[in-house]
Design a protein around this ligand. Structure first.
Ligand SMILES: [Zn+2]
Length: 363
């Protein structure tokens, strides 16, 4: 078995299994919910359930079809994840290049199933959509249903400069080929084209409960983490496996940048803030949005602190001196606006300069 077993989402699993067995499963689904809780893993579980030869409430895990899904080698399972935009000039070559990149990602996931988030610059380009079309037009290899998973569907961008990709995708979702199931996943459905969103049946997924997270970390970390480390990560992970696993690295960096920025903002407008704003460099868009998320989370913790609730992570002390959470909530709104703008084609440095000024005003 290669894929780590699906954790949590029991009620959703029950409902999905019922729909599969009753023949009422919509052909296009949209899984939404926070990062790192297993949206794509649940989509793989659903594929396994559909292909499983035993036809139970859960995939049996031991038939041939289940093994193929576990090894990410089932011929009727097509998992599309964001990849770097192909460089070839010729459209047909671009599609080949996209197919190669995807195959490489799948190969690395076979080796490392607990994968890290996609690079911030990775997208679903028009070449990926063409590839999806090409595969969707073929018939089933195993003679049954086919499952197409489009992870992080909001990365079907830049939509403004390539309406072609979005339109081609729309056509496919409007009239899915018989027997094909499409599962799209996203952190935030508002980042998707409304026309695309409206064609999918939404399924909202939630954070895992701490016990589920604890159990997962106990069984699937290698070498197995100590009880202390597990508790430490669980306390900070907000019910997200992805967050618990990556905290040491990307997330830690994002929180440090957020803290530095807040410290400079608290000092007020002036050379220190300007320096902080100009010195924060981001290698990829993903790093920038991770910093914004860390910023919003830190402000949220501070807001809880001002209401006398326990604070689960360190926040700059001056933030806790506010008499009410109002300014902190206002600051969070500013961050949310920046987060939305960051999904577009805005220069992170410019965005940060504006955000820094806005935060200095309310905090
Ligand atoms: Zn099975």
């Amino acid at each position: 078995m290669l894929l780590p077993p699906l954790t949590g989402h029991l009620e959703t699993r029950r409902r999905l299994a019922q729909a599969v067995r009753g023949g009422t499963l919509p052909q296009v689904l949209l899984f939404t919910g926070p990062a790192g809780i297993g949206k794509q893993r649940l989509a793989l579980w659903l594929a396994q359930l559909i292909f499983c030869e035993r036809g139970g409430e859960e995939p049996c895990g031991s038939c041939r079809a289940c093994h193929l899904v576990d090894g990410l080698t089932h011929a009727d399972l097509h998992w599309f994840v964001p990849i770097v935009r192909p460089k070839a000039g010729d459209p047909d070559k671009q599609v080949d290049e996209a197919a190669e990149s995807l195959a490489e990602v799948m190969e690395s996931r076979r080796k490392q199933p607990l994968y890290t988030p996609s690079d911030g610059m990775a997208i679903h380009s028009i070449a990926t959509v063409r590839l999806l079309h090409r595969r969707a037009s073929l018939t089933s290899v195993e003679g049954g249903r086919r499952v197409f998973i489009l992870g992080e569907a909001d990365r079907l961008v830049p939509q403004e400069s390539s309406p072609e990709a979005a339109n081609a995708m729309l056509k496919l979702l409007e009239e899915p080929p018989p027997g094909a199931l499409f599962v799209l996943t996203t952190l935030d459905p508002r980042r998707m084209l409304p026309t695309m969103r409206s064609r999918a049946a939404p399924i909202r997924l939630h954070r895992l409960v701490d016990d589920e997270l604890r159990e997962f970390l106990r069984r699937h970390t290698k070498p197995t983490w100590s009880a202390e480390k597990i508790e430490e990560r669980v306390a900070l992970a907000n019910g997200s496996i992805g967050q618990a696993l990556s905290q040491g690295e990307e997330t830690g960096r994002a929180y440090r940048s957020a803290e530095q920025l807040l410290a400079a903002v608290i000092e007020g407008r002036g050379p220190a803030l300007e320096r902080a704003l100009s010195q924060t460099a981001f290698a990829a868009r993903g790093e920038f949005t991770a910093m914004l998320d860390a910023l919003a989370d830190t402000l949220g913790e501070a807001a809880r602190g001002t209401m006398g609730q326990p604070v689960r992570r360190t926040v700059p002390e001056p933030l806790l001196r506010h008499r009410s959470p109002a300014p902190l909530l206002q600051a969070m709104e500013k961050v949310a606006e920046a987060r939305e703008a960051a999904a577009g084609n805005v220069n992170p440095q410019l965005l940060l300069a504006v955000l820094g000024e806005d935060l200095a005003e309310v905090l």
